[in-house]
Write a protein that binds this ligand. Structure first.
Ligand code: ATR
Length: 273
C-alpha cells in the first residue's frame, strides 16, 4: 500500500528532507511519497487537521513548530517527553504519536568523528525547539557547562532552567553579549535560524583555535558564514546536513520499521546542494 509523508514548517522551500526520504523510497522500492508543506506560525492547528484528512502516515516538524506541536499529539514517546519538542510524528488511524530524533541526530557526528563532549564547555546560540534537543544531548553526554545565548533572553533563561533540571550546569545571556568570548568554549553550536538567508555569522569567532568544535544546524547553505569563519580559524566544523541526515534515518526507522538506507540518503542529500 502506498504511504505518504511530509515535512511541515516555515520557511520550507529550502528543505532537503523530500530529497532524502524520496531517495530511500527509490533505493528500497517503496511505493511512498514525501512532500514539503508550508504551515506558517499560528496556522498549525488547521495544518494538522489537513494532514489528518489526507491520512498522512507520518511527518517531520521543523522551524517554528517543534515546541507547539507537542499540544497536538495523542501519544508522546519518551524521547519527546524529556525534550519537550517534537520533530517526528507517526499517524496510525488518526492517532498522532510524537518522537524526537533531533537529539540523537545531533549527537551522531560527534560519535562518527570520535569527538569528545564529556567535560566540554559549550556555547549554544538559540533557545527554540532544536536547541532544547541539543541541550538534552549535551546533558546526556555530560558536558561540563553551557552558556545559552539568545535574542530573547527570557527563552534562554527558560532553557537554562531546563538544562539544570537534567543535570547540566547552564547560564543564559543575550546573543549580543557573547562579544569576544568564543575563545572560552570548547564547542560552539548555532541553533538559531541565522544563516538560512545568508546572514553573517551571529557572533564573532575571534580567538577560537584548531581544537574548537563549531557546529551549525543550519544546512542551507552548506557553508554558512558562521562555518566559513570557523574554517578560517582552522576549527573542527560539523555541518548542518550531518544532523539532518542523523535525524532523518531515525525518522525513517520509526515510520517503516526497517533500517534506513543511509548511503543512498546521504548521496541524495549531498546532491541536493
Ligand atoms: P526551531 O524549532 O527550529 O528551533 P524556533 O523554535 O522558532 O525554531 O527557534 C528559532 C531560534 O532562532 C530562536 O532561538 C530564535 O530566537 P528568539 O527566541 O529570540 O526568537 C532564533 N532566531 C531566529 N531569527 C533570529 C534573528 N534574526 N536573530 C537572532 N535570533 C534569531
Amino acid at each position: 500500500m502506498s504511504k505518504s509523508f511530509a515535512v511541515i514548517g516555515d520557511p520550507i522551500d529550502h528543505s532537503l528532507s523530500p530529497n532524502i526520504h524520496s531517495a530511500a523510497f527509490r533505493e528500497l522500492n517503496l511505493d511512498s511519497s514525501y512532500i514539503a508543506y508550508r504551515i506558517p506560525k499560528g496556522e498549525l492547528a488547521d495544518g494538522i487537521e489537513g494532514l489528518k484528512k489526507i491520512k498522512i502516515d507520518g511527518f517531520n516538524i521543523t522551524i517554528p513548530h517543534k515546541i507547539e506541536m507537542m499540544k497536538y499529539l495523542d501519544k508522546i514517546d519518551e524521547s519527546c517527553s524529556l525534550i519537550g519538542a517534537v520533530n517526528t510524528v507517526s499517524n496510525k488511524d488518526g492517532v498522532l504519536k510524537g518522537y524526537n530524533t533531533d537529539m540523537d541526530g545531533f549527537l551522531e557526528p560527534f560519535k562518527k568523528k570520535e569527538l569528545n563532549i564529556k567535560d566540554a564547555k559549550v556555547l549554544l546560540l538559540g533557545a527554540g525547539g532544536a536547541a532544547r534537543a541539543i541541550v538534552a544531548g549535551f546533558a546526556k553526554e555530560k558536558a561540563k557547562r553551557m552558556t545559552i545565548a539568545n535574542r530573547t533572553l527570557e527563552k534562554a533563561k527558560e532553557l537554562s532552567g531546563f538544562a539544570k533540571t537534567i543535570g547540566l550546569d547552564a547560564n543564559a545571556i543575550k546573543i549580543e553579549d557573547v562579544k569576544n568570548t568564543a575563545k572560552d568554549y570548547d564547542i560552539i553550536v548555532n541553533a538559531t535560524s541565522i544563516g538560512l538567508k545568508n546572514e553573517p555569522s551571529p557572533i564573532s569567532l575571534e580567538g577560537i583555535n584548531e581544537k574548537t568544535i563549531v557546529y551549525d544546524i543550519v544546512y542551507i547553505p552548506m557553508n554558512t558564514d558562521f562555518l566559513k569563519k570557523a574554517k578560517e580559524k582552522k576549527a573542527i566544523v560539523i555541518y548542518g546536513y550531518e544532523m539532518l541526515l542523523g535525524q532523518a534515518v531515525r525518522a525513517f526507522k520509526i515510520w517503516h520499521g526497517i533500517e534506513a538506507p543511509y548511503n543512498a540518503m546521504k548521496k541524495a542529500l549531498l546532491g541536493g546542494f
